[in-house]
Design a protein around this ligand. Sequence first.
Ligand code: MTE
Ligand code: MO
Length: 536
Amino acid sequence: MSNTGHDRDDAPVGTRGLAALAGIAAGGLTLGVGELVAALVVEPAAAPFLAVGNTFVDLTPEWLKSFAIRTFGENDKQVLLGGMAGVLLVLSAIGGVLERWRRRAGVAVLLLLGGVAVAAALGRPTATAAWALPSLAGVVAGAAALTLMVGRLRDRAPAADQTRAVDADPSTSGESASAARPPRRQVLLLTAAVAGMAVLTAIGGRRFGRTLAEVREARDALRLPAPADTAAPVPAGAELDVAGMTPFTTPNRDFYRVDTALDLPRVVPEEWRLRIHGMVGQEVELDFEDLLGLDLVERMITLTCVSNEVGGELAGNAVWLGYPLNDLLDRADPSPDADMLLSTSVDGFTAGTPLDVVRDGRDALLAVGMNGEPLPIAHGFPARLVVPGLYGYVSATKWVTELELTRFDRASAYWTDRGWAAEAPIKTASRIDVPGSFAEVAAGRTVVAGVAWAQHRGVTGVEVQVDDGDWRAARLADEASVDTWRQWSWEWDAEPGNHTLRVRATDGAGDRQTDEQAPPFPEGSSGWHSVVVRVT
Ligand SMILES: Nc1nc2c(c(=O)[nH]1)N[C@H]1C(S)=C(S)[C@@H](COP(=O)(O)O)O[C@H]1N2
Ligand SMILES: [Mo]
């Protein structure tokens, strides 16, 4: 075409670069308008970027998910969002260049991306038809902006003759030249304006609707009532005095976080409702004030994620304040035919919990407090479930808003739909915290220590083995309850050389932790944890 090969150095960027920039600005405006419309007329999660990101999370195959968790740990969400931003940046730039090459070609790219975003938004578990609007509005704005910006870059063809005449004299830049040649400077300004609008709309989107700051404020203002029944005091001997040990109680800021939410659900207590329905004699609805008015109990419970590898850190112990789920369910008069409690989060996550477990007398809670504070937002503010003895994915629904009594042969939940086990009791596990893996220790008396857990069965024994020697009984710290982990330590007379330390626990039923190695999928990892240390 006649408009190629004419890029000149007197504009800050060449025409193709400018088209790419225009594409990026148009892409940004698409997302910004999407954010704004989502916040104003739907909800933040309906915005194209988040809808696509969350859909990506839901569709990620198991191997990629465990790779991401292994590689990026708790930063996996940031990595995904950053990766998406990178891909969109490149695609939008390509869209801009294509639009310069052929009218509507770049718009077609935008439409394609917009189509993906609309499909993603409509496919979200809590979506209504309105969830298509943000992406649609974004694409309309982006396409209009792209046409406007890049159209001017292409408009030079009819003026080719004049252009060539002007181009012959490189000294005539400025006024007279820009009148005849593609108005690159003008396009650059336009692009800057579109980019500015992209930023403004995105910021606007973050300010309208429920903001995270508002939720933080509501949380700070909340005063939880004193428990009617306090947690049993932690025995002084539950915490061993060993440097480098995992603390017995996990501070909230250090508590592991696992969930599918790319953006934290924003629920303020005034708007929170819990609906209990399904196979019940009596539907029950409860607001936050109702909940705080009940006799709350405080219980110490160790949570564990099924994705925890042998020796991993996806376990934490906290004092939870909440109302016993069993008593709550009584109010709804569940049918004797129901065998599953299907809990749903405000963002659509679901967990299916065996009803007999919830109702067997253990301290299953609808929790509002964690270690003396309202639940942190990342841990389910304002309310979540905690069930001792079950992995989180079948029991610990955060930001919970719905409890349905149903049956395992009728319903399934988020992770069971992805092949994970429907019933998931926590496997007995033990971990060596000290010395660390590949640590160097001085020969002589050395403390080996760690934690072991077998929630709701309790830990009654821990043994340690050096190389292939005899298993030795470790000293157990006092037990706080069968629902919490237990610290242990063992004095080792370390001799120079490289050594492998192994640990295994026995639970309250007398069953020894299996040495059979299993990966987290589909029902939790197993095998003995070991560390290799060098004694000098
Ligand atoms: N809404 C919601 N609740 C959820 C999840 C989730 O993805 N969404 N993940 C579950 C899983 S897999 C675990 S292990 C626990 C983790 O709770 P924590 O992040 O407070 O440690 O939350 C459970 N509750
Ligand atoms: Mo989990």
